[in-house]
Structure formats: C-alpha cells, structure tokens
Design a protein. Structure first.
Length: 68
C-alpha cells in the first residue's frame, strides 16, 4: 500500500498541498487530516520547570523597567 505525508494550507474552503502526491489520476485514496499543533502546544511535556519557578511565573505582575 502506497502512502504519503505532506503539509497543506487551508484557504477559502480548499486544501492546497505543499507538494505533489505519488498517486495516479482518479485513484481512490483515504485522507486523514491532522491539525498541526501550534509551537506552544507542541512543547507540552517537553519543557519542565521547577516548582519554585512555576510559582514565580504565577505571582501577580510586578512593575519592571520594561513597563515604563
């Protein structure tokens, strides 16, 4: 069974493939569509921080030089 994986862009109700697929004209295929995860979602479970750092991130915002 031949298979192929490629990226596509969804525009105006149509999928536009990023490359040609290795199938014959009028060949029936099965299509499985997976949404590409965004960059943050794709790191779930990969980036780990200490509990103290996580608590620091959750503390109320403090003014800094960048806020001026």
């Amino acid at each position: 069974m031949k298979s192929a994986t490629t990226m596509a862009i969804y525009e105006n109700g149509t999928l536009r493939l990023k490359r040609r697929l290795p199938f014959r004209n009028h060949e029936q295929i099965i299509v499985r569509i997976l949404r590409k995860p965004d960059s943050i979602e794709g790191t779930r479970g990969v980036i780990q921080v200490s509990r103290s750092f996580a608590r620091e991130l959750l503390r109320p915002h403090r003014a800094s030089l960048l806020d001026r």
